[in-house]
Design a protein around this ligand. Sequence first.
Ligand SMILES: [Zn+2]
Length: 144
Amino acid sequence: MDDRISKEKRSWNMSRIKGKENALEIKVRKYLWHHGYRYRKNYSKLPGKPDIVLTKHMIVIFVNGCFWHHHDCQLGSMPKSNVEFWQSKFQRNRENDLKNIIELEQLGYAVITVWECELQKDFEKRMAFLIDEIEYLINRNEML
Ligand SMILES: [Zn+2]
């Protein structure tokens, strides 16, 4: 395989991408915190170490970077170099995502995924919708 990008460069790129994803997570967490929600972050006791867990309400929220999780949108497009490397990487990431969601649901958690592109398009609107989703789930849980 043609390896024009050195390993160091590649891991530097990856850490940059992950840094961007973290910044997004922080923004979402802050919003939820200001709206009175209390959560655990990067909760390692659950499959996939979810970004945000409203433990009391059994709700898990993943904030996904579109590139990293290979979302079906413009930001999730395939890089033009090292295609094979990225293809297998993305496939693994997507398989993991799916496996984690299934396991979490089996444990009784509701799983919400918030995508980077949705937040970029209209942060306030996406967050308002997220809160609607959370409130719906909380009310539903209370009625059970
Ligand atoms: Zn996207």
